[in-house]
Design a protein around this ligand. Sequence first.
Ligand SMILES: [Zn+2]
Length: 493
Amino acid sequence: MNRRDFIQAAAASALIADAPASPATSKMVGLQVGAVSFVDEGVDKALDEIQRDAYVNTLFVATFTYGRGIAGRQTPGQPLPDHGRQEYDTAGNANAFHGGSYTRIHPQYYKDTVIQDFRAPELGDYDVLESVIPAARKRGMKTICWFEDVWRRDIPNIEQAQEKQFDGRNSTNLCFNNPNYRNWLLGTVEDYARSYEIDGIMWGSERQGAFAQALGAAHESSPRDVATVGCFCQYCERKARERGIDVARARAGFQALGEFTAAARRGQRPVDGYYVAVWRLMLRYPELLAWEMLWTDSLRETYAAIYQKVKSVKPSIGVGWHIWHNNSFSPIYRAEQDLGELSKYSDFLKMVMYHNCGGERMATYIGSVGRTMYGDVPGQELLDFHYRVLDYQQEKSLAEIPKSGFSANYVYEEAKRARTALTGTKTQLWPGIDIDIPTAQTNSRSTPDGTKEAVLAALRAGADGVLLSRKYSEMKLGNLRGAGAAIRELGLA
Ligand SMILES: [Zn+2]
């Protein structure tokens, strides 16, 4: 038994001694769950189900978001799962989805920001942490606060924290370099760390810098016009100047890039071809890449600041990040996810490895970059190139992947790569596992076997746990039990 196995075994036996009700696994088995599930189904009933079906030992409770990806009931247009209230939280219903904070706001932590009014209204004054933590502890389950970088435009004072787009208008996104947002983030984690007996905090930001956005290098169905990319606010421009970036040259570069992408999307081929044209822009305007890295470094500084804030309050609280699925598609975004760098301020990383929706999303990504920098490359060739450079061995054709999803081998390869990149660091790898993440009705859907194979692949690749995603309220119990079957098969139950 090596030292790591010994520590894991010791941790497992300690868990048994302290909490007989908990499964005796040394691997983190996490599940993302929003407040509405506990309100609709009852805390104990939901926890019974989650423990029984998938041996979950860690709850990732969605404490704040304005997005439906991790909070609220099933997404409208998708079939309701076989548990929970059999209705959608659409406009007009009593509990119509709005989003915000699902915990009590303690105002003393938000004195240094204009963002003060962000309570989610739909569940009254229900505090999900106050309600869930005691019941979870009784069962030996850990609770991690899970919140994300998703905002809406109708929050009081929010315009004072928003990114500035290239066209000068405010974005829905907030700027990491704006003190109102930075202080809100630090206030929020301090609020969680001081007000509740939590075991961890995870935050996620599914965005990227202006250059990658402008190229459409993401799995977003409507690619960005350069007018809407960001950030070009006063704080970012000041930070750019401090780094020696010529702001006027950067703006000229984005202007030229925008003219290129607009023409490319109309099918107007540059005389030297699309790929050469992008290289010519990068060579003429290295500020395009400098601006991209400015944004990425600002995100990293935000991670580090959150990490230090939480550790200054209570060092035992684990802190880590949800890493966007674009890491599986775009080599540019993957280059920005330098795990050795991130490990300095990460106790854990949830790397998204959603196999089922991954096929549909990869096809969308290929369609998007196939209309800008790779405009000369036929879709299947472009996909094959990405399989090669991203190191995926067994995935299907462009026509098939939306209908088939990615294989479990994709999860294995991604988990193996990330685990290897983290060797020698303190950072735990917890791959995000897809259970019923919405896809088009005609495309591939989650199955119990598919879920089981994905969990097996992640753990066999050496992952330190798995995080069942995105939210309990969209998961079918049969598919959740697929995860449980994998845990049993590995002898971890
Ligand atoms: Zn900014």
